[in-house]
Design a binder for this molecule. Sequence first.
Ligand SMILES: [Zn+2]
Length: 125
Amino acid sequence: MGHIIDRNLYQARSGQKIALYGVPWRSKHQEFQDVAAFAARGPLCRDQTSPVKKWESSGENINFECRKCKQEFDCDVGRISLSDDEMRPVFEKDIVCPRCGKLSMDDVLLTELGQSQMTQATWSL
Ligand SMILES: [Zn+2]
């Protein structure tokens, strides 16, 4: 037997809060006046204290070392995401060495600076 949750499940009187997220005595609790606002809030299992991912709106400059010419360079790799199967970064744009041109991940090393830039860009993924 299926159980269907329909919108008439909620019968709140005007001004009554139908959903409460968190507890009132904590500063981060949020109250919702209607189902739409509550649903728009997203899954409750997510960490609500996480800041908005800044990498979603802007590209990242990552510092690499080219394995071919041994030069360090900054490269705008666009948005960074992580592949599902491996914990390997996926870049929106190509890595391009100023001397050697387009490189694959295997052609470059992350410098210490690059590693911290990557960590900053991906820590909230
Ligand atoms: Zn190079």
